[in-house]
Design a protein around this ligand. Structure first.
Ligand SMILES: CC(C)(COP(=O)(O)OP(=O)(O)OC[C@H]1O[C@@H](n2cnc3c(N)ncnc32)[C@H](O)[C@@H]1OP(=O)(O)O)[C@@H](O)C(=O)NCCC(=O)NCCS
Length: 243
């Protein structure tokens, strides 16, 4: 971790950040664990991921929460989901998938179907859909910083968190941040495995915060995230990697 890394902060992304958020997602996931199965040719994958993540980012900016580090190199996309909270569908999603991916769209449909089938929708949660760090600064604390920030909000509201990890590297990171594994599943027969992980809602007393553990209505989370308290969230001392 460089001196610069320690000065990074997290803020809520706006529509003006859409291009940058998309660029980080593409750069991170073009080398991700699922990429070769979804779109085998890397050049095609990069080209197709651009409109795909662009579509998902615009949707998340409207219906979810998108956070970005102050250097624009790391992003987190999350939603309030479960316990009656539903993420609105992307208009004409299926047709847009076909247009973007052509013959590869089936893989994305299988991915979506598998994720949907295993999602724990009985409990309201913070669903971390994507965590992505630009490859040139991975393993320097930005992923942890974004998770810490998100967990701070979730903990204050007594919300559990849920995500699907794609492999051993991310799983190790999530484990360090309090996530515990749920039974894994495959995207399709012979397809890659996903590793769901659950971070239980926190008893504020156990974590030693001064925040009441009393449950706060879910809609308060969006208000909280829209108007977070002014604070600095430097990576110093927060991530697993220390100088
Ligand atoms: C996974 C990701 C978000 C982590 O962000 P990051 O800023 O690199 O993570 P941090 O620096 O906060 O934490 C690093 C720790 O995470 C784990 N880790 C992350 N990526 C890893 C990898 N590729 N291989 C092994 N361990 C990894 C390790 O425990 C690592 O600690 P170490 O370097 O001391 O071994 C980032 O690497 C990324 O964008 N990867 C590509 C996209 C992706 O896979 N996203 C997650 C999908 S579930």
């Amino acid at each position: 971790m460089t001196r610069h890394d320690r000065l990074i902060e997290v803020r809520r992304a706006t529509t003006q950040d859409a291009t940058q958020v998309t660029a980080v997602l593409v750069a991170a996931f073009v080398n991700g664990d699922l990429g070769p199965w979804l779109v085998p040719n890397k050049r095609d994958r990069r080209r197709m991921y651009q409109p795909y993540f662009g579509m998902l980012v615009r949707h998340a900016l409207e219906h979810g929460w998108v956070h970005i580090t102050s250097d624009g190199k790391a992003v987190a996309v999350s939603y309030l989901r479960g316990g009656g909270q539903v993420i609105p569908e992307i208009p004409e999603y299926d047709r847009r998938l076909s247009r973007i991916f052509g013959g590869y769209a089936e893989g994305f449909r299988a991915l979506d179907a598998a994720i949907e089938a295993h999602h724990p929708d009985d409990v309201e949660q913070c669903y971390v859909q994507f965590l992505a760090v630009n490859p040139d600064v991975q393993r320097r604390g930005r992923g942890s910083l974004l998770l810490d920030d998100l967990h701070e909000y979730a903990d204050r509201l007594g919300l559990p968190c849920y995500l699907e990890s794609t492999g051993a590297g991310p799983t190790a990171l999530y484990d360090r941040h309090g996530y515990r594994p749920r039974p894994s599943f495959r995207i399709a027969a012979g397809g890659p495995e996903l590793f769901p992980m659950w971070r239980p809602e926190v008893d504020a007393g156990v974590r030693g915060t001064s925040v009441s553990a009393a449950r706060v209505p879910a809609r308060a989370l969006s208000q909280w995230v829209e108007h977070p308290p002014a604070k600095s969230c430097s990576t110093h001392g927060r991530g697993p990697r220390q100088p």
